[in-house]
Design a protein around this ligand. Structure first.
Ligand code: PGA
Length: 273
């Protein structure tokens, strides 16, 4: 089932670009993608220090901006943390929560991700919750359980109306980064279905409207195959998106494949009415 009428495609810049590099990247990306149509929802998630300059540099009707993390409290004795009130000063749309590097390098727990998701939505942001099984969990055959657990805990306390402020990214831990092996499109599609079922269990009415993006070693060789899968609503890309011209080329390959899928799906739905 198609869950939204736009292709969601975006990148997390992790801890790579400084302020100057981020602004130059965003300016280039905005320029080269200027003619792309309303079917695209493009987003970029820079480092905290580059956010004020980023929001001055881009038109967020064209490129939405997000933060890579957020503390759930509004203020307090939390040295080194950034609060939702601080992010509200920056005109951001999205807060990324629970990226695999936050969960595994910085040992964040499902319960902490849940506090962040609830706080981000309550403060008017889109919460982009990342979930994914580790290589060990995959080998042990508990990947699906792990995804359900991350979703049930991560989304605890939200209501149906909050679904409009929620995106989920499926990012298998073993597929991310320089040592990552991309998931096959069939495997990714199957896990997106597991995620959709879990979302519908939690939110029986609105769960079908939450977009589910795939991330983990997406590149120009696999992006079209991934986006053509019925259960994949968008792509969340790292390394392959960090040069504006290359990201632009990838988007231009993916967009018609996505448009074809949407068209076919709506024809099929019309035929079954
Ligand atoms: P990658 O990163 O595309 O470089 O594997 C994906 C991610 O961390 O979201």
């Amino acid at each position: 089932m198609m869950t939204n009428n736009k292709l969601l495609i975006g990148t997390n810049l992790k801890m790579y670009k400084n302020i100057r590099e981020t602004v130059s990247y965003l300016t280039d990306l905005q320029e080269v993608t200027a003619d792309l149509c309303d079917d695209l929802l493009l987003f970029v998630i820079p480092s905290y220090t580059a956010l004020p300059a980023s929001s001055a540099a881009v038109d967020q009707a064209r490129i939405r901006l997000g933060a890579q993390n957020m503390n759930w409290e509004e203020n307090g004795q939390f040295t080194g943390e950034i609060s939702p009130l601080m992010l509200q000063e920056l005109d951001l749309k999205i807060v990324e929560i629970g990226h695999s590097e936050r969960r595994h390098t910085f040992r964040e727990t499902d319960i902490e991700e849940n506090r962040k998701v609830v706080s981000a939505i309550n403060h008017g942001f889109i919460a982009l919750l990342c979930v994914g099984e580790t290589g060990d969990e995959k080998e042990l055959g508990v990947g699906d359980e792990r995804l359900r657990q991350q979703l049930k805990i991560g989304l605890h306390g939200l209501n149906e109306a909050d679904c409009k402020s929620l995106w989920v990214a499926y990012e298998p831990v073993w597929a991310i980064g320089v040592n990552g092996v991309p998931a096959s499109s069939g495997y990714a599609d199957a896990k997106h279905r597991v995620i959709r079922e879990a979302l519908l269990q939690i939110f029986p009415h609105e769960g079908h409207n939450v977009p589910i993006l795939y991330g983990g070693s997406v590149n120009s060789g696999n992006a079209c195959e991934l986006i053509s899968q019925p259960a994949i609503d968008g792509l969340f890309i790292g390394r392959s998106a960090w040069v504006a011209s290359e990201f632009n080329a990838l988007i231009r390959e993916v967009l018609p494949v996505w448009q074809h899928k949407v068209h076919e799906t709506s024809n099929r739905e019309k035929r079954t009415l």
